[in-house]
Write a protein that binds this ligand. Structure first.
Ligand code: AGP
Length: 577
């Protein structure tokens, strides 16, 4: 979703903003723009396209000046076009603003402003912000006008704005249901939607809270509550470095992040799960809420908790309020690598009476502030849109929670071993790249991994794919299994194999091209292609299975000429419901 960056200091703002927007690319966008204040005038450049192209064509970094704001837009209100790209400005071009989120009462506010003589040139809801601030500033100071304007907005927003008429040099910030973080430098200040955009310059950050307003000057920052009173917010220091947010020689972030798993797994296994563990012991009923990849990790967690005698169910977060009735006796475990997924946050707010544990990768994210206990994944920033290392890290902390660390001693070696299969997987990818459909099957605790393998596959290869517990094939899907249709069978030698073998044979009899992830001799004989699994403690099979599936999706994507880091229509951090 949209990305925001802002800078005030002594550097060339246009360079910081361009660099920051490149670091925010993973969030997904369709147009970009920057506005820089120089000599009391605003230079605004924006267009549809990728930051690399637009910044070169429009020569972003030729703009002089030390204060500016930038934005990458993911269209919600209004088509993708140059005019609708941010930054937006008032008619006199004295106030400029960038906005993430959706202003729900924009029609009324816009009509009121039109009546007062303001002229609008775009279809966006965001354009009303500089007009509204201008209108309010007619009768009060700029800071008060900004605060009043923010109070008039309904919906979700992260807003960054500045004015040519400001006597001091300042950047104004506001956030509600859309992330915004201040980066604290020496004689310079930053703000952005996400930490990696500022990592080159600082490791000290102040995540704003819901309803916060803030003002940045070259020398510091002030945070205000929604009522305008000054308040303090905790500074955090991250131990991420810039290399973690760079490709480091890999052709794509996704491949780097898949290989990162061998380094970060030890960090994830070191995660502190003790407080969460004792909370879990107190409850009988545990609801798990998450989306996408995190939901698949949640599904596995629900199986493991049920095995321990808990009443546990995993819910797709966006649907949770429609189907669940959590109360004081329900414990909620929310899983979100970003900690900012709107669907997860709204489900957490819905469960207002329940105690909450969050599993996240992002220090200072919103989820950490509305949860009672937090487990961090410790796996460094994940830039590729497709979640890979964060999924494995989620599994690692979940396993530590359930089985304890001792049982996981072999995990780092296992991950290294599975990564060595890359060349073999590349050859299988060639056989899949031309297909239109793919089906993934598994049974029992391997089913969430089949779901995840299938999600990874469809999201970056654009090949239609579905995943099922093997027993479901004969209840409908078998009619789609014809000559050469790929069936990817997650068939480790565990208690699921006898039944799954039958499902594989059913599909083979109808001409399916079987890719067996297996260490079972019978399954190998039925498979057209085999990805060999090692003999391990059966509880570890989900880890052994997911890595080849991530590599398979990646290589099919690359063979098809797709950029796996930025699949079409998708955003890394989904901050709208
Ligand atoms: C998976 O590859 C996707 N990036 C997506 O399904 C993601 O897992 C989902 O949007 C949830 O994100 P979160 O973990 O940050 O909440």
């Amino acid at each position: 979703m949209c990305g925001i960056i802002g800078y005030i200091g002594s550097r060339k703002a246009s360079e910081v903003l361009t660099e920051g927007l490149k670091r925010l690319e993973y969030r997904g966008y369709d147009s970009v723009g920057i506005a820089v204040l120089n000599d009391k005038k605003l230079e605004i450049r924006k267009d549809v396209g990728m930051i690399e192209d637009v910044s070169t064509t429009l020569q972003f970094t030729n703009i002089e000046g030390n204060i500016g704001i930038g934005h990458s837009r993911w269209a919600t209100h209004g088509v993708v076009c140059k005019e609708n790209a941010h930054p937006h400005f008032n008619t006199r071009k004295t106030i400029v603003a960038v906005h993430n989120g959706v202003i729900e009462n924009f029609t009324k506010l816009k009509n009121d402003l039109i009546e007062k003589g303001h002229e609008f040139t775009t279809d966006t809801d965001s354009e009303l912000i500089p007009h509204l601030v201008e209108e309010n500033a007619k009768s009060q100071s700029l800071l008060k006008a900004f605060m009043k304007s923010v109070r008039q907005l309904e919906g979700s927003y992260a807003i960054v704005a500045l004015s040519t008429e400001d006597k001091e040099e300042r950047i104004f910030l506001a956030r509600k249901n859309s992330p915004l973080v201040i980066g604290v430098g020496k004689g310079e200040m930053f703000c952005a939607s996400d930490i990696p955009a500022m990592l080159k310059y600082t490791k000290t950050f102040v995540p704003l809270q819901e309803g916060d307003l803030a003002v940045l000057t070259k020398h510091g920052y002030k945070v205000y509550s929604v009522d305008g009173s000054e308040t303090t917010r905790k500074q955090i220091t991250v131990d991420w470095n810039i290399e973690m947010a760079q490709k480091c020689g890999y052709p794509h972030f996704m491949l780097k992040e898949i290989f990162d798993q061998k380094h970060f797994i030890n960090e994830s296994l070191a995660a502190d799960v003790d407080s969460a563990k004792s909370i879990i012991d107190e409850y009988e009923k545990i609801d798990i809420i998450a989306c996408g990849t995190s939901y698949h990790a949640g599904l596995l967690l629900s199986y493991l908790l049920s095995e321990k005698g808990k009443i546990s169910q995993a819910f797709i977060a966006s649907d949770y309020p429609f189907i669940a009735k959590p109360n004081e006796k329900t414990l909620i475990i929310a899983i979100s690598q970003s900690g900012e997924t709107a669907d997860v946050l709204q489900a957490l707010r819905y469960a207002e009476k329940s105690r909450k544990i969050a599993i996240t990768n992002t220090v200072g994210s919103t989820i950490t502030r509305i949860s009672d206990s937090i487990i961090y994944l410790n796996t460094g920033p994940e830039v590729g849109v497709a979640a890979t290392k964060t999924f494995t890290a989620q599994l690692a902390v979940i396993y530590k929670l359930i089985y304890g660390k001792k049982k996981l001693a072999e995990l780092p070696k296992l991950i290294e071993l599975m990564l060595k299969l890359e060349n073999q997987i590349k050859k299988i990818a060639v056989k899949l790249a031309g297909k239109e459909h793919a089906f993934f099957i598994a049974r029992g605790k391997n089913v969430p991994i089949a779901y995840e393998g299938s999600l990874k596959f469809k999201e970056i290869t654009y090949i239609h794919s579905e995943a099922y517990p093997g027993g479901e094939l004969k209840h409908g899907t078998l009619s789609l299994i014809t000559d050469g249709v790929p069936l990817i069978a997650l068939a480790p030698k565990d208690d699921t194999i006898p039944k799954l073998f039958g499902n594989i044979k059913e599909a083979k009899a109808r001409g399916a091209m079987i890719v067996g992830l297996t260490n079972d001799e019978d399954v190998k004989k039925e498979s057209n292609f085999v990805i060999e699994l090692p003999e391990i403690d059966p509880i570890l099979y989900p880890f052994a299975l997911i890595i080849p599936l991530q590599l398979l999706a990646y290589h099919v994507s690359v063979l098809k000429g797709i950029n796996p880091d930025r699949p079409r229509n998708l955003a890394k951090s989904v901050t709208v419901e």
